[in-house]
Design a protein around this ligand. Structure first.
Ligand code: ATP
Length: 304
């Protein structure tokens, strides 16, 4: 039985899934929060992935009918491009990711990958082409090498070292007493949120998916870790269709399109420059975060 660094009661209904040693970690991360509620018809064909274009076409969604969550969401992420979604807590950002991973089906509207409605193809074939860097990465009580290698069956140690280098975690791993054999998780070395996220980045690089979901951690990171994660994200998203669920606006500046969600509705969209010149909600948030960022850097300098 696979041990995960979480109390089993938190897994609840997901426990049976977890017993399967090849349970996919992305699946696990979403399963922890909610039960999949999709109707899978038998004999559906597999998704035929091409360049990896993602389209949301007039999507409406609710978890419970009394509380609509998304209203008429339409966007297109051309293959290889990046869409960043920003908005207040509870505005529906992560729900977009859950729908793309098909943990739920839209109430109305369609989600297309390379022109194919994801509701009409096999769900595993959709999840196979999507890599997820979750907000809070779950690590198994296993070695670091195992935790990274999980991204791809049959990965060699050399592959693992290469992606760890690219994710800027290699030197840190080499500094641990047992290097790549160091146990992590509850019964091993405790890693910081930033270190765990870098392991998730390395794992996603190994999986090498055409589509990537990056769910940015809400937890506060110091400015240098933030910058490091930013660089890794840039590297990881190059030539992949990327959906960023962003909490810090610094992450979204370079996105091809930014979408501002408010209570489940798209209220602004455009590039960073376009949204700043709109002088609307995004521009206000940006000014606020810039100020906070300056204060943080000043406070860090004082503490040195
Ligand atoms: P945050 O920035 O805080 O992560 P978010 O914009 O990602 O928020 P979502 O996680 O998409 O927000 O949630 C949107 C709304 O849906 C929230 O009000 C949340 O309480 C509700 N919600 C999320 N999951 C469920 C669920 N399984 N059942 C019922 N309501 C849910």
């Amino acid at each position: 039985v696979l041990q995960v660094c979480l109390p089993l009661n938190a897994l609840g209904f997901a426990y049976r899934e977890v017993k399967d040693a090849w349970v996919n970690v992305e699946r696990l991360f979403v399963l922890l929060r909610e039960k999949p509620e999709i109707a899978q018809k038998p004999d559906q064909p597999a998704l035929k992935i091409q360049a990896g274009e993602v389209v949301f076409d007039h999507v409406y969604f609710h978890y419970v009918p009394e509380r609509p969550i998304l209203f008429d969401i339409s966007f297109r992420i051309p293959a290889g491009k990046t869409l960043a979604v920003v908005g207040g807590s509870g505005s529906g950002k992560s729900t977009l990711a859950r729908l793309l991973l098909r943990f739920y089906d839209p109430i109305q509207g369609r989600i297309l990958v390379d022109g194919q409605d994801i509701a009409s193809v096999r769900v595993d074939s959709v999840r196979q082409v999507i890599g997820v860097v979750p907000q809070d990465t779950i690590l198994f009580n296993e070695s670091i090498a195992y935790n990274i290698g999980y991204g791809r069956n049959g990965a060699t140690l050399e592959d693992i070292h290469n992606v760890a280098r690219a994710a800027h975690i290699h030197e840190f791993i080499e500094s641990l007493p047992e290097k790549y054999d160091t146990l992590v998780g509850e019964r091993g070395v405790k890693l910081s949120g930033g270190e765990r996220q870098r392991i998730a980045v390395a794992r996603a690089m190994l999986k090498n998916p055409p589509i990537l979901i990056f769910d940015e951690a809400t937890s506060a990171l110091d400015s240098s870790s933030e910058n490091a994660i930013q660089r890794e994200l840039n590297r990881l998203s190059t030539n992949r269709t990327t959906l960023i669920i962003a909490h810090r606006l610094s992450t979204v500046v370079g996105a091809d399109e930014i979408m501002v969600l408010e209570r489940g509705r798209i209220v602004e969209r455009g590039t960073h420059a376009e949204l700043l010149s709109l002088r609307g909600m995004y521009a206000q948030l940006w000014l606020l975060q810039q100020r906070q960022e300056k204060e943080k850097v000043a406070a860090e300098a004082q503490n040195l």
